[in-house]
Design a protein around this ligand. Sequence first.
Ligand code: XCC
Ligand code: SF4
Length: 656
Amino acid sequence: MAEAEKKSIDQATIEMITKAAKDECNIVFDRAETMRPCPIGVEGSCCSNCAMGPCRVPLPRGKEETPEEKQKRRGVCGATAETISARNFTRKIAAGSAAHSDHGRRVTHAFLDIAKGEAPGYEIKDEQKLLQLALDLDVKIGDRSNNEIAIDIGETLLNEFGKQEGELLFLKRAPLKRQEIWRKEGVAPRGIDREVVEAMHRTHMGVDQDYRNLLLQGTRAALADGWGGSMIATELQDVMFGNPSPVASQVNLGVLKEDEVNLIIHGHEPQLAEMLAVVSQDPKMIEYAKSKGAKGINLAGMCCTANEILMRHGVPIAGNFLQQELAIVTGALDAMVVDVQCIMQGLANVAQCYHTKLITTDERAKIEGATHMEFDDRNAVESAKAIVRAAIDNFPNRDKKKVYIPPQKTDLIAGFSHETINYLLGGLFRASYRPLNDNIINGRIRGVAGVVGCNNVRVTHDDIHVTMVKELIKNDVLVLQTGCSAMACAKAGLMVPEAAAEYAGEGLASVCEAVGIPPVLHLGACVDNSRILIAATAMVKDGGLGDDISDLPAAGAAPEWMSEKAISIGQYFVASGVFTVFGATWPTTGSKEVTDFLFKDMEDVYGGKWAFEPDPIKAAKLMIEHIDKKRKALGIDKARERVLYDMEMRRELDAV
Ligand code: XCC
Ligand code: SF4
């Protein structure tokens, strides 16, 4: 096998890795070879929280440790491997929660600007969701205008970030039993910022030095993400930009066009992307592009910003996390426009090998060597136009000899918000999760899995996602996806209705075919993992599947994770009652106690727990085992056997 073919299962990616080598351009796949992971850091056993260190407390290799030796395995301050491991894990959660929540905060500010009429070009698009939110938050509706209601909603939610006492308001959306667990354990978040700050404080040198107590705060900071910052982001984005509904599009580097100005928007926040989607279709802009010799303007997305505008506008996706540099390697990308998160600094370097203009747009995320063109949502149209113009101006600078766009692009259907799943399954007039629950109870659908998260260059790109998801749907597990994982499976052709017949088990396929949905549903960006929490809660409330999220035949996974945000997501899923399996690498292997707490003890309290399994088939099996365990506890395991028996008989009859 050629070197590049070990690095990805995606043909476009393989071709671009080969092209980068030919063009002598250093990319992430090369850097991963020269930069090997630190063996001590990778197991979570390095502390650099004060200047007496960094201290390394790795497990002794190749031999059992005596209790005396373990006693001595400490940092200079006396911190144990447990403390160091739990501190590092908690800090990852804090960073992940901070990232999602600061995104949520920025969205809330934009929402308020729009409601106050200070952000021309935007409007409240989804009135129904606005009113629903008002009801949820006890905001008066009466005969007030949408904007008046929105101002109250915006202010109420903005207050969630700096709140010092009480509880986050969205916790009330969870099943009652779940809320009680959180209160009893003392992990109900008080305010979003407060939990992140407290996590940073408690992990500072010489503060919290009991790993259980540290992880408790980690849980609280994670819940402040899932049921706080991320949920606020999703809700307000939907109200401002429209609740997603099923939409057809395409994914992979082949969506770039040789004869048009190619502009990619990459990162996470949708405000600029929304405006770019509008401005890039402006006839005057297209005219301008033509004056430079291009046939039009081609906007595509990358990473989660891509998911946002895919879900709402059907804007095509150029690729997932590990393809960001490769988009530039095509030689056909005129501007790479970035906002925040998951933006590799390597982009600046790769852009120098080609003509691509790298444009940063957020004051929180500048990159040396990039052009900074700040985006201001109060002056959105003009800001976005300036960016599109810069891309157009760069079109004539393409070096034609260096242009090669790989042909791969795959069709997909995206846009499955919690509400659309509701309508699709229940019908417009009696929207409900009843049919989904019924099909789980009668066994056609075995259970539900959320497969989410990043790419990680330490494993074969996309391979782990696709292998795991294929195994799950083959076993009649309906898969809900977000993030870069969704893109991996979309590229592999799993997000079209026809995939049901080709890849899904008979039970799942029969339901998908009846409703006309793919067996793998795209729910959006990583902040939209909050949609999975809401969907899970709706399933509980609809009845027949227990009275808590932890009773559902459901599981979660992030098989190629790399970001700290993924750790925060995993922790809030586990603390919400979901069995969650991560692949690639596990950051607490340096402490048996901390790992046992996460992999075993958490289940006693929260009904959910972590697992680590890098092999995607084995990981899928763990998820299926868990789903079957829950089916059994609900007393619906027999129903499934009947369904399978029926199908067997049908097949035999067909054969006659
Ligand atoms: Fe980033 Fe969200 Fe991970 Fe992809 S999946 S690499 S976090 S873009 Ni969220
Ligand atoms: Fe070492 Fe303790 Fe300082 Fe960490 S806090 S670097 S373990 S002395």
